[in-house]
Design a protein around this ligand. Structure first.
Ligand code: AMP
Length: 301
């Protein structure tokens, strides 16, 4: 596996691969890799000839008082994992390599960035879109694999690619969970074993909500009930929302469409997010995307 720190070098290597007719798969991460990240790598390996993983803890997507300094890092371990999964190239750029001209102008899509997580992390998605803009300009034509775990991020990055990088296809991959239902996250590293058990109740609260979905149900009331349930377990719930999957607008009525049931809650100062994709069909039947377990089995209720 090649390890590359220079953007110019990466660009040259990938141009050469494409000139040989190879397709490039790109998996952007902030490192401290877990099975969720590695499932993206597996998806990339299964559809692309040459797979690149990037590790960059992007400073401009962290707000003041957030965990930029403490964010878990372990390059040696990440490197071994990537090698084991057959990654071809690990891109590990410095801040200077990513932002050679200093603080970059931000990309802003207020209509989708200032909802859900954007309310509690102002500037976060602007930082994400800006770093992805830089990545896409370096990596060039590729398939980019990202997790549905960060559903709002996926909406933002898909819009960026649609508008500026028609050669880049952004592919949303299933959210990977522990057996307990807890969504895998590098930030789970902060949790004590007891807090991890409690954190699994987030998954239960999402299940509780989808069970209540039926024609005529009061969505606002059901969301409130779930929020109260999590609060009673000592979560500091930032939002528990049912939104349109494309516009991120709140949904009040149970009508056919594609939705996102999304939650953000803090436990012992660790901020966790989770979501289900919900499809309401014309006949009012519901299909719920709860993701997969680490062993790849589809998550049922
Ligand atoms: P991060 O390192 O947290 O920036 O995540 C890098 C990529 O991994 C993003 O596309 C995330 O959505 C994805 N990811 C993180 N956790 C999971 C998970 N539990 N399941 C699927 N994808 C994930």
């Amino acid at each position: 596996m090649l390890i590359v720190q220079s953007a110019d070098e990466l660009c040259a290597i990938l141009d050469e691969k494409r000139s040989q007719g190879k397709t490039v798969g790109f998996v952007p991460t902030m490192g401290y890799l877990h099975d969720g990240h590695m499932s993206l790598v597996e998806n990339a390996k299964s559809t692309c000839d040459y797979v690149v993983v990037s590790i960059f803890v992007n400073p401009i997507q962290f707000g003041e008082g957030e965990d930029l300094k403490d964010y878990p890092r372990d390059l040696t371990r990440d490197q071994k994992l990537c090698e084991g999964y057959g990654v071809d190239l690990l891109f590990f750029p410095s801040k200077y390599e990513m932002y050679p001209n200093g603080d970059p102008p931000r990309i802003e899509y207020p209509e989708i960035m200032q909802k859900l997580c954007g309310v509690f992390r102002p500037g976060h998605f602007e930082g994400v879109a800006t770093v992805m803009n830089r990545f896409f300009s370096i990596v060039g034509k590729c398939k980019c694999f990202m997790g549905k775990k960060d559903a709002q991020q996926l909406v933002v990055v898909k819009k960026l690619a649609r508008e500026h990088y028609p050669d880049t296809e952004v592919i949303g991959c299933p959210l990977v969970r522990e057996e307990s239902g807890l969504a895998l996250s590098s930030r789970n590293y902060y949790l004590s074993p007891a807090a991890k058990d409690t954190a699994a109740m987030i998954f239960q609260s999402l299940n509780k909500f989808v069970k209540s979905l039926r024609p005529g149900c009061n969505i606002e009331e059901e969301l409130y009930t779930c929020k109260v349930f999590l609060s009673s377990l000592d979560f500091d719930v930032q939002y528990f929302s049912f939104v349109d999957a494309r516009t991120i607008e709140d949904v009040k009525d149970f009508v056919p469409g594609h939705y996102l049931l999304a939650v953000a809650a803090k436990i012992q100062s660790t901020r966790l997010i989770d979501n289900f994709g919900v499809e309401v069909n014309q006949d009012m039947s519901i299909k719920v995307d709860r993701g997969v377990y680490k062993n790849h089995k589809e998550v049922q209720e």
